[in-house]
Design a protein around this ligand. Sequence first.
Ligand code: FBP
Length: 553
Amino acid sequence: MDISPLQKARYGYSPKLPKMLRVGVRGIAVTEGDRTEAASDKEKIAALFPNTYGMKEVYFKDGDSTAERKKHVVGVILSGGQAPGGHNVIAGLYDALKEDSEENVLLGFKGGPSGLVEDNYITLNAETINKYRNTGGFDMIGSGRTKLEKEEQFRVVAEVARKHDMDAIVIIGGDDSNTNAAVLAEYFKANSVPVQVIGCPKTIDGDLKNEDIEISFGFDTATKTYSELIGNVARDANSAKKYWHFIKLMGRSASHIALECALQTHPNICLISEEVEQKSMGLNAIADYIADSVVARAALGYNFGIVIVPEGLIEFVPEVKKLIAEINETLAKHGERFTKLPTWDEKLGFLTAALSVESMKVFNLLPMDIQEQLLMDRDPHGNVQVSRIETEKLLSTIVRNRLSQRKQEGKYSGTFSPMHHFFGYEGRAAFPSNFDADYCYSLGYTAFLLISYGYTGYLSSIRALDKGVDEWKAGGMPITKMMDIERRGGQDKPVIRKALVDLNGKPFKYFEKHREKWSRETCYLNPGAVQYFGPAEIADSTTITLMLEKSEN
Ligand code: FBP
């Protein structure tokens, strides 16, 4: 790719490390905390990970390093969807490796997990790394969604590692990829393969978080980018005063992105999937909730508005959730047969025989394009590809129907012209914000520290992120601590528990307190492009979500 002036300017940005890491890799000592336990299903997880279950939390601190001095050959992969900052994780890892010894080697496996299995790699050197510092995207080595889960794949990866004399693999990925990292670490231990596996928490969705992983990287930049776009659309809406904008935002399951963007932009409506599920709101109830705002604003003379729809919503609407679960089980068992059916009528016949009567009723009520989107191929982890389901259009259609009814009843006399947007890919490869640039660099640097101290099956972790970078704390957390058992593709599987929006948490409570006013009045905020320049309290600070979560009152 050619180099833009901003890219050139961002090469000059030096990502900041926490003060405790600035002394250099040989000035950092380690301490261990308590033994850990899985999030739930403890016995089942312990039985599945006999060699890596129950390991201790790890903290780094100032002090002489006791890590063995030896040559390291480390392999790195980027896994899953792009998230701003991935290149800086690799840069932090590379710099720490080279600081420890010029002899150390970093191999970048191309195209995600499949690169490891196919032994498709490049040796990363300063020239390559420097070209990608502080840039978005994953194009340095590419990414992919191949699932590393079969014993045959693990055997091949062990062979590839032996061939290159690799002593560690760093997997930069989300919940599914890091689950696989834990399974791979367990396999290596069980089979005496001398290769460590370390994960780094990536996903714009923000759902890989817990008490030790305060935020996944990419969430900060993506939400700032989407908020800038939403702010612009809101300003346009308030200028033209003629459209209701339905904006779908990425976030496969959890609504963290939608909530954070709502906190940053004050839309009229922001749906939160977790609340929809808790209140068992069906499609009609959701449409009525939006229609209430349309009607109230029309009465004030405002025939325009902003509705934020989280991408994963469709899977949280109770009747659709049941339908999708049944389709998932059916496709997991008979996917090949189903795909080969030549006509839509035959597919419908197959579904009628396979699904429950209630689910088939829901299916038949959906517009045909949504029906087709629900049946599209699952991703390699068995998930519905929600980014391809046009929930924003489905909702605006139902809202229009509800409004026609209200018009007939004489309860509404406004105009309703919907416009549709999907902001997803626009934010996933953006230049990382200062926060993500610093955070990612620190995660990569810490991944090397975990390797140098011999840990495996750990996630690199940086804490105290609501404070300035100086005060951030580096360490590691056993991946099995974050696991529970879930039903995937028709089977019980150990997975990292996804962190959904906490409806009792401060970010949601703050939103709940203000949303009634936002739904009727025009309170839009236009945050603009805040991520790079200006005073540090604007340009370097992280999300409102994290600041509220960490606030004392
Ligand atoms: P990860 O969980 O791999 O980080 O990806 C998340 C995501 O960006 C979702 O928000 C979105 O649903 C999905 O990726 C889209 O996937 P794809 O890149 O395969 O279209």
